[in-house]
Design a binder for this molecule. Sequence first.
Ligand code: SF4
Length: 148
Amino acid sequence: MNPLYQRPYFFDAGIRFQCKRCGACCTGAPGIVRVNEREVAGMAAYLGMSDSGVVDAYLSPRENGYRVREAPDGRCLFFESGCRIYPVRPLQCRTFPFWFANLRSEARWEAVRRECPGIGAGRRYTRTDILDILQQGMRLFTKASSVG
Ligand code: SF4
């Protein structure tokens, strides 16, 4: 059994979350959003562009894949009055806010909760749901080219 599932967490009773699409996590302070080749293809199909067109317009190379470029103010280049690729957004975006970095302490989670109005709303993610999502995200950060 995975040791990740063996210990208690502050979120053992679950956490409600539903993205309000406010854009707070897509704008402001700079950050790295990783994108793999499969995700590029999904974005290209959704936007009616070629894969190389998406790379040229929105991405820059990073390790085994890409990262989304940002405007000078830190805004994700896909964010224009909302996420332009929401149904096909990268796994890193889809797993927010249930990232290891956010859940490593209750204090850190409180800070994220203050920034994200979706936390506390909508469906309750169970402890197992959250740990499964955490595992997905951890694979993303250790093997950027094979997720999606
Ligand atoms: S800050 Fe929260 S509610 Fe707003 S877009 Fe990001 S995930 Fe959704």
